[in-house]
Design a protein around this ligand. Structure first.
Ligand SMILES: [Zn+2]
Length: 270
């Protein structure tokens, strides 16, 4: 009987090991959650894993609250780096790529409820429009944030915006002149529109984050924090020379155990 139980436990552990990273050492640093769309994926979506349901998003925020995490803005981090205000204990960056209207409709009310700060990377030319960079045959066009919604979110004090370029192009596939325009122009226009310094940048598709010339251009554009999509938790303090910031990709089909492993191990699955 005991032997059978032990064998069963070994079998369970083997199965868990094959899928999850529970055995990894706990990682400390600056976890940066990466979300895209909040809600139910539309029929025809080939990017279902980028959709996190409202129910799951709420559970994940609940986890952050009960585990004592404190969501911050890029500006909070920058203030801490300059020595003007220390970071709270257990800081976390909640980030959203692209700037979908569903961030306002579905995520913002939950962030308000928890009084949580979050950061949204906008694609300047898609504001008040739709996700035109997607082929609608694979990912339906849906509304992006309006400037009015962005203004309301910024005025609430809960949302800080970053840049995700002008048009969401694949930077390594275009010329360096075009890349510099995407980086510099979006920063300038967003700063004019929002009246705040733009500290954060996320590479569309994560592309170019590890391309030395493109990354140098992002740094030269004046972004303090550049975000890749590479899975992991960046160490604190963070040295920009060590490479772009890693993130925790929160997938639509993640369980709360995956979320827990992401937050503590910097990785859920293999
Ligand atoms: Zn994107």
């Amino acid at each position: 009987m005991i032997a059978t139980t032990a064998a069963a436990a070994v079998a369970v552990a083997a199965v868990a090991s094959a899928r999850w990273n529970w055995w990894r050492l706990k990682v400390k640093g600056m976890p940066a959650l990466m979300y895209h769309k909040i809600g139910d994926y539309p029929p025809g979506s080939q990017l279902r894993k980028l959709w996190v349901t409202v129910k799951n998003f709420r559970k994940q925020m609940e986890y952050l609250k009960t585990q004592g995490f404190n969501p911050i803005h890029f500006a909070d981090w920058h203030a801490a780096e300059k020595g003007s205000k220390p970071l709270p204990a257990n800081p976390v960056l909640i980030t959203f790529d692209d700037g979908y209207a569903n961030n306002y409709e579905s995520a913002f009310p939950i962030l308000r409820e928890f009084d949580f700060k979050a950061n949204i990377f906008l694609v300047y030319e898609t504001m008040d429009s739709h996700n035109s960079w997607h082929d609608p045959a694979g990912e339906p066009w849906i509304p992006m944030l309006s400037w009015k919604q962005a203004e309301e979110m910024q005025n609430s004090g809960l949302i800080e915006f970053g840049s995700h370029t002008m048009k969401h192009r694949n930077l390594p596939a275009i010329s360096m002149d075009e890349t510099r325009w995407e980086l510099n122009e979006s920063k300038k226009r967003l700063e004019e529109k929002l009246g705040r310094p733009l500290l954060g940048f996320a590479y569309p598709y994560g592309a170019g984050a590890y391309h030395p010339e493109i990354r140098r251009a992002a740094r030269e554009a004046g972004y303090r924090y550049d975000f890749a999509v590479k899975q992991g938790i960046s160490p604190l303090p963070w040295n920009p020379d060590s490479g772009p910031l890693r993130r925790l990709f929160i997938r639509g089909d993640d369980t709360m155990y995956d979320f827990h492993l992401n937050m503590t191990r910097g990785k859920a699955r293999f």
